[in-house]
Design a protein around this ligand. Structure first.
Ligand code: SAM
Length: 293
């Protein structure tokens, strides 16, 4: 194939999507669970795709991985035990383990191939897989939380989209199991798809509703990820006790984050991320806006 013709397109819906020029396909295998591909792209560095969906690119992975980990860890500021479901590439774990107080991090991914590929092609994303505080469990996350002992200060659900094996990670039963595993001040964070993506916006609403039914405090927040469907991405945070804005000490967080070398998250972004466009508020139909300051 002529080099200039190599393209990878992630379709959002029908014939519409994001098309990325490729220099080379570095890896393409099918594991027991999904197709795993690694691309050398023209301008975005290397990219990982699972079942035809971009998981991350070197160009913008820092946004997603900083924003799935630091809002909750800055709110907690003394988290000791962390559980990450999915995220076998190690990106979310890399960000969490920047916090020196963390003593143990359980990383549970169903597909060993993801960790292997991350180690081989994405040394910067997977660096934490060799951190002595990290224990990698190759297992279904739903089964893990049903058998695990508490109590975690933070549980992160860094899953693929809610299809196939990942569907179980969006179920109410799974979230209730996570709640049982959380310490009294514990926080649950899940990536919750895009409010702009016609085929995924119901997930934003469903996760928000489940979290609000199961936890006293829940809030949706946003980040801008150019290589994800539509570029607007949501995360949903739930807590038994800490409100993401009212209980947030931005000044203290700013001091603790010094030296982390973050490129997206900061105390101002923390507050801004929870400010939602009106259409997103309507989408999650949060009556009292109690999830927001
Ligand atoms: N961290 C990346 C990012 O920047 O978005 C992508 C997320 S990570 C690659 C998604 C992971 O969820 C995949 O590695 C997949 O194997 C894992 N996964 C899907 N279903 C799962 C399940 N039921 N239990 C555990 N891991 C699961």
């Amino acid at each position: 194939v002529v080099r200039s013709q190599l393209q990878f397109t992630e379709y959002w819906q029908g014939r519409t999507g994001l098309s990325i020029g490729l220099r080379e396909v570095l890896y393409s295998e099918t594991s027991a669970f999904q197709r795993v591909e690694v691309f050398e792209t023209d301008i975005l560095g290397r990219a990982l795709a699972l079942d035809g969906a971009v998981m991350f690119t070197e160009f913008d992975e820092f946004v997603y991985h900083e924003m799935i980990a630091h809002p909750a860890l800055s709110l907690l500021h003394d988290a000791r035990r962390v559980l990450i479901i999915g995220g076998g590439d190690g990106g979310a774990a890399r960000e969490a383990l920047r916090h020196p107080d963390i003593e143990t991090l359980d990383l549970v991914d169903i597909d060993e191939m993801v960790a292997e590929v991350a180690r081989r092609f994405f040394p910067n994303v997977s660096s934490s897989l060799s951190d002595p505080r990290l224990a990698l469990h190759i297992q279904d996350g739903r089964a893990f939380v049903e058998e695990a002992k508490g109590d975690y200060d933070l549980i992160v659900v860094d899953s693929t989209d809610p299809f196939g094996v990942a569907e179980a990670l969006f179920s109410r039963g799974f979230y209730e199991s996570c709640r049982r595993l959380l310490a009294p001040k514990g926080i649950l964070v899940a990536q919750s798809e895009s409010p702009f993506d016609p085929s995924q916006r119901d997930v934003v609403e469903k996760v928000s509703r489940s979290f609000r039914e199961i936890f006293p405090i829940a809030a949706t927040y946003l980040a801008f990820i150019p290589t994800y469907a539509t570029g607007m991405w949501s995360f949903t945070l739930a807590s038994k006790r800490l409100h993401p804005l009212r209980d947030y000490d931005g000044e203290g967080a700013g001091k603790r984050l010094k030296g982390f070398g973050l490129k997206y998250y900061n105390p101002e972004i923390h507050r801004a991320a929870f400010a939602l466009p009106t259409f997103v508020r309507h989408l999650i139909s949060d009556p009292g806006d109690e999830g927001y300051a």
